[in-house]
Design a protein around this ligand. Structure first.
Ligand code: UTP
Length: 288
């Protein structure tokens, strides 16, 4: 059973500077809720009961957001604003949230390593704090947990990208090409040119990892970008254990990228009864 998740949210968010100088990119709102809340909710909806958020020194707004604000709650009750009271008190209900600071931003692998004590001997999920997956009926992490239950091994969630886009991602190299959603990997190739891409399955922001990964993360030297890369440790893990790829069935928004962020706002708005007509009218007006 996968019950624990680590959500790294300590990066610098340089692609969103200058706002990320003071506002964590994981707190950028998709309309009126921070990006990170959708990710925490995906974990909860997938049956995760304990979530570790990896944050950095200037990301206290993340800790504050998931904490209660008793003064605000009191004021809302006093003013009989019951609806708003419900909004601020119904956040991340159903899981225990834990926080740890990654004292230096040494890379994603190093961020996950901060979860070692929290995870212990258990296998666990990793959800990147800036990657939103949408499948309302069957959350991405739940799909991966169900796949894990079959193989009890590490699984890298993948999305299908165009051949042209393979050079932007870590691309999975399966032992056997097949149309199966779940495939054993022989390797992952970092940002291959289209002609060298072993597949079109790109690693997205969802992982299930066995606790063996920590052995490799602890001894992992810096790689690309002078950072401790999670993928490098996973490649070494492959020599000891089977690692699978899994094609996630969901729409993915890489909210760390401006155009995906804007699209997420529009798509989420078009699904909301209080906003969809106005947004559609706005789109129609702008596209004339
Ligand atoms: P990214 O590489 O997308 O995040 O890492 P970044 O470094 O903050 O972004 P840019 O490229 O500078 O714009 C994916 C996730 O891993 C976290 C980030 O916060 C993000 O949620 N991360 C990354 C850490 O927690 N620690 C790190 O040292 C690096």
């Amino acid at each position: 059973m996968i019950k624990k998740a680590v959500i790294p949210a300590a990066g610098y968010g340089t692609r969103f500077l200058p706002v990320t100088k003071a506002l964590p990119k994981e707190m950028l709102p998709i309309i009126d809720r921070p990006t990170l809340e959708y990710i925490v909710n995906e974990a909860i909806d997938s049956g995760i009961t304990d979530i570790l958020l990896v944050v950095s020194g200037n990301k206290n707004s993340i800790v504050d957001y998931f904490d209660r604000n008793l003064e605000l709650e009191y004021k809302l009750l006093e003013r009989k604003k019951d609806y708003e009271y419900g909004l601020v008190t119904n956040i991340a209900v159903g899981a225990n949230l834990y926080f740890i600071r990654q004292k230096e931003q040494l890379g994603l692998g190093h961020a996950v390593l901060q979860g070692e004590t929290f995870v212990g001997q258990d296998d666990f999920a990793v959800l990147l704090g800036d990657d939103v997956y949408v499948n309302d009926d069957y959350p991405a992490t739940k799909q991966m947990i169900d796949a894990y239950d079959k193989v009890k091994s590490s699984i890298l969630g993948t999305i299908e990208v165009s051949l042209e886009d393979t050079k932007k991602y870590g691309i999975c190299d399966p032992i056997k090409q097949s149309s199966d959603q779940l495939k054993v990997l022989k390797s992952v190739v970092e940002k291959p040119e289209p002609k060298n891409a072993p597949s079109r399955s790109a690693i997205g922001g969802r992982y299930i990892l066995t606790s063996t990964i920590f052995k490799y993360l602890r001894s992992q030297s810096k790689g690309k970008g002078n950072e401790i890369q999670l993928t490098d440790a996973i490649l070494r893990l492959m020599n000891e254990e089977k690692v699978y790829s899994f094609d996630v069935d969901a729409r993915r928004y890489d909210v760390g990228k401006k155009i995906d962020y804007i699209e997420a706002i529009i798509d989420f708005g078009l699904k909301r009864d209080d906003l969809k007509d106005d947004i559609q009218a706005l789109i129609n007006k702008k596209s004339k």
